[in-house]
Design a protein around this ligand. Structure first.
Ligand code: AP5
Length: 218
């Protein structure tokens, strides 16, 4: 299956992507994760992306589109993929359709995680990431037993620079302005399906898998 996960910052895309991609046996491709890995390694791409990410703005389309095009050309994405965080502008969606058409294929479904803004702010402000193993915690919904320490690897937990209140506000503005219009792009193609992404993580995963069943090829 060729699947895109969309939803506002903090909707739970990364959390759900790992379970849904494992269920579908497809690679989980997160543009945010690719950018963050490049920032950590201080590559040219990372240095370029960091200034935009820290400000809560989008990395320019041409940089992001080329990066995803290269990633989709890798052999493991040949039979399907889950894209988390891409596309998030209409030009990115157009470029994705073209890339897939060039490869002789097309997107199957765009799954939208629907969560209201108050919940998104709660999720983002309580999120803590592990510097060691990358596990994502939440101070209220999935709290580690020791303050500031990862239960899995004892690594240090930190607040992402873009999870500071002023940056969250900018990311939400950018989402409404640049990413929400994807609904109008995918709606008429009959590829967009939304699910309620509130409630326990496991319930959302079951809802997602159940919804995707009708798009799985037999
Ligand atoms: P990216 O990493 O994609 O950020 P995002 O879309 O803002 O999404 P997040 O990672 O913040 O949240 P999420 O929806 O994955 O939520 P999560 O599962 O962690 O992008 C970062 C930046 O990179 C962008 O701002 C931009 O600069 C750049 N970028 C990336 N892609 C780009 C593109 N295509 N074009 C241009 N620039 C791009 O969950 C959040 C928290 O909630 C966690 O603590 C989790 O434990 C908790 N949680 C999850 N589900 C539940 C639940 N059901 N109940 C309670 N808590 C929950």
């Amino acid at each position: 299956m060729r699947l895109v996960l969309v939803g506002p910052p903090g909707a739970g895309k990364g959390t759900q992507a790992q379970f849904v991609a494992a269920h579908l046996a497809v690679p989980n491709i997160s543009t945010g994760e690719i950018f963050r890995a490049n920032v950590t390694r201080r590559t040219d791409l990372g240095l370029q992306a960091k200034q935009y990410m820290d400000a809560g703005r989008l990395v320019p389309d041409e940089v992001t589109i080329n990066m995803v095009r290269d990633r989709l050309a890798e052999p493991d994405a040949g039979d399907g993929f889950l894209l988390d965080g891409f596309p998030r502008t209409v030009p990115q969606a157009v470029a994705l359709d073209k890339t897939l058409a060039d490869l002789g294929t097309a997107l199957d479904v765009v799954l939208e995680l629907v969560v209201d803004e108050d919940e998104v702010i709660r999720r983002l402000s309580g999120r803590r990431n592990c510097r060691g193993c990358g596990k994502v915690w939440h101070l209220e919904f999935d709290a580690p037993t020791r303050d500031g320490i990862c239960d899995r690897c004892s690594g240090e937990l930190f607040l992402r620079d873009d999870d500071k209140p002023e940056v969250i506000a900018e990311r939400l503005r950018v989402y409404t302005r640049d990413t929400a219009p994807l609904v109008d792009y995918y709606g008429p193609q009959n590829k967009l399906v939304g699910i309620d992404a509130t409630g326990p993580v496991e319930d959302v995963t079951l809802r997602a898998i159940d919804t995707l069943r009708s798009y799985e090829k037999s």
